[in-house]
Ligand binder design. Sequence first.
Ligand code: ATP
Length: 363
Amino acid sequence: MARIELKNIVKKYGDGFPAVNDVSLDIADGEFVILVGPSGCGKSTLLRMIVGLEDITEGDLLIDGKRVNDLAPRDRDLAMVFQNYALYPHLTVGENIAFPLRLGHSKVDEKEIKARVQRAADMLELNEHLSRKPANLSGGQRQRVAMGRAIVRDAKAFLFDEPLSNLDAKLRGQMRTEIARMQRSLATTTVYVTHDQTEAMTLGDRVAVLRKGSLQQVASPRELYEQPVNLFVAGFIGSPPMNFLPARVAGDRLQLPFCEVPAPPVVRDGGHDGKLLIVGIRPEHFDDAEVTDQPEGAATFEADVDVTEWLGNELYAYLPFEAEEETKAQLAELDRELDGESMRSQLVVTLDAMSGVRDGDRA
Ligand code: ATP
């Protein structure tokens, strides 16, 4: 059992400004929870308070129902994996993995140590490297050793602090899958910090989005994507990000900068008539009118396509509407030329429950 409960947790450093502000989060036994947010939002501080490397200024931290605010890190029985791996350069891979089991307070005998190191090495495909030193390993292998050291301990929970940020994109993808597999097979409670929304969306049972020390939303990846609670979450989750456009409600219609669409139910029934709203439209909710059937609730409009980007499996068109940022539309691959000098093109936009609509909530 390892349930981790954060109750109204506050962290103030010397300047008195809360780096973490009244965060409450209940992490179930075996759950994989991601803490995500931009740089400086307090996610590492939160993780470091859970593991005991940072004092908690206010609030309660409970592990399996027991308050552990004042418990020393080693007595919390949590295994942390750091971004920089934190391996001992003079020890071999095998010795690095075994290290936590040989610490003074650990009561594991040598036979058991050997068996556990072997099990971790099997799981992480490190068998061939057990007698090598960390300096002779690739970044991905080092990260695996760091994970091995967490696994052998049979800790109550794993805490990961941006474990993949030193790896190149391809390796990051591979290691992401390995972490997901490892967590699933061990079913150990895991808290994982990242600023990468792809990691957040692919790894977590639930994702906690932080901004300036405050929790914005805690939900499954799908719910975050489909029902973001505010513009910050809507803009942070999704790549490329959601477009934000001003829109006026006119009865059961919504006037966008480029066309009118039927107002989605959330707007129509929300008493917003006459109001100016910010409407979020994900890039994939645009389409090329010539190659797509017009879905229900959609509207067709003409747009100047500024630039197109073709990425092999995706095509993006930039639409220069009057918005703070350029509007990006993801289109099915075109069998006609769209790029070049401001070509006018017929596009379709769909507004449905999947694109967020909010009133007066500016990120
Ligand atoms: P990053 O992704 O850049 O690591 P983060 O979301 O993990 O960012 P934290 O490192 O938790 O953010 O920092 C949260 C806030 O607390 C920041 O404003 C940071 O400057 C501040 N902070 C962090 N550590 C300390 C410290 N030891 N002393 C004073 N302020 C700190």
